[in-house]
Design a protein around this ligand. Structure first.
Ligand code: CP
Length: 296
């Protein structure tokens, strides 16, 4: 499925489609900073389904559609019949007759794909266990903002998981060089090109962007103690940053667990890059919604 209808995963997009989203996101950011009103989604409604908690995704989508002239409904999965066994097919059919788009944060990627398959309105993936495309669009926007271009830049991702999977795909589409460093048993299983090293120092050598993420994602809480033990050598700390070039920026999708995947000291030094990344969720998702839900 292409961006013409939904955003289910980055692998569905071409480089031109990603650049179109990023260019529009830059324009929305400029307009936001200069109080320019633009309401292409006047009277449109976005249903936001959450099976997992969220701060950034919820606030950025709800604020974003409001700024574009529309309105959002926040639907906790356990407040819906979907949480009591109603099918994805019936949910997709009914929402398609009432609202103009669906954003869903859930566990299984297949549920997002099925909502899209059975519904007739755009579906936006707000995170699954497999990927987090909206996060990586904001990351690519931030990298371009701080380093001016994407092509040829080297990303070192310390860790693994859904953001890492989307970053691998996004970096390949955009012509970037991606290296992942994490314990061997957590090596990403994703159908895109990336390099791997067990040695985090080797990963950050010559890196333009250093990315980390929580070691324990939502739904993995029972594995927390074991994962902290296994990932402990992959912390982004001052010693690791000495190996990286001085111009390297640091990205973290948040929430951060300071003292685990990143130290307080590195976080503070790179706070503007990390908080800009969070802010860019708003602008990048406004671009996605305007393209998918606006007049064609
Ligand atoms: N990064 C991210 O998706 O943040 P939330 O979990 O707060 O939405």
């Amino acid at each position: 499925m292409s961006l013409k209808k939904s955003l289910l995963k980055l692998a569905d997009l071409t480089k031109e489609e990603i650049i179109k989203i990023l260019d529009l996101a830059d324009q929305f950011k400029f307009e936001f900073k200069n109080n320019v009103e633009f309401k292409p989604l006047k009277d449109k409604t976005l249903a936001m389904i959450f099976a997992k908690p969220s701060t950034r995704t919820r606030v950025s989508f709800e604020t974003g559609i409001f700024q574009l002239g529309g309105h959002a409904l926040v639907l906790g999965i356990n407040d819906m019949q979907l949480g009591r066994g109603e099918t994805i097919e019936d949910t997709a059919q009914v929402l398609s007759r009432m609202v103009d788009g669906i954003m869903i944060r859930t566990f299984a990627q297949q549920d997002v794909e099925d909502l899209d398959k059975y519904g007739t309105i755009p579906v936006i993936n707000g995170l699954t266990d497999y990927c987090h495309p909206c996060q990586v669009l904001a990351d690519l926007m931030t990298i371009r903002e701080f380093l001016y271009e994407l092509e040829g830049k080297k990303i070192a991702f310390l860790g693994s998981g859904n953001v890492c999977n989307s970053m691998i795909v996004g970096s390949e589409i955009c012509g970037m060089d991606m290296v992942v460093s994490c314990p061997e048993k957590y090596k990403p299983d994703v159908d895109a090109k990336y390099n791997y090293t067990k040695n985090p120092h080797e990963a950050v050598e010559n890196a333009d962007v250093i990315v980390t993420d929580t070691w324990t994602s939502m739904g993995q809480e029972s594995e927390r103690a074991a994962r902290i033990k296994e990932f402990t050598g992959y912390q982004v700390n001052d010693e690791l940053m000495k190996t990286a070039p001085s111009h390297a920026i640091v990205q973290h999708c948040l929430p951060a667990h300071k003292g685990e995947e990143i130290t307080e000291s590195v976080f503070r030094e790179h706070a503007d890059e990390i908080y800009s990344e969070a802010e860019n969720r708003l602008h990048a998702q406004k671009a996605v919604m305007a393209i998918l839900m606006g007049e064609k």
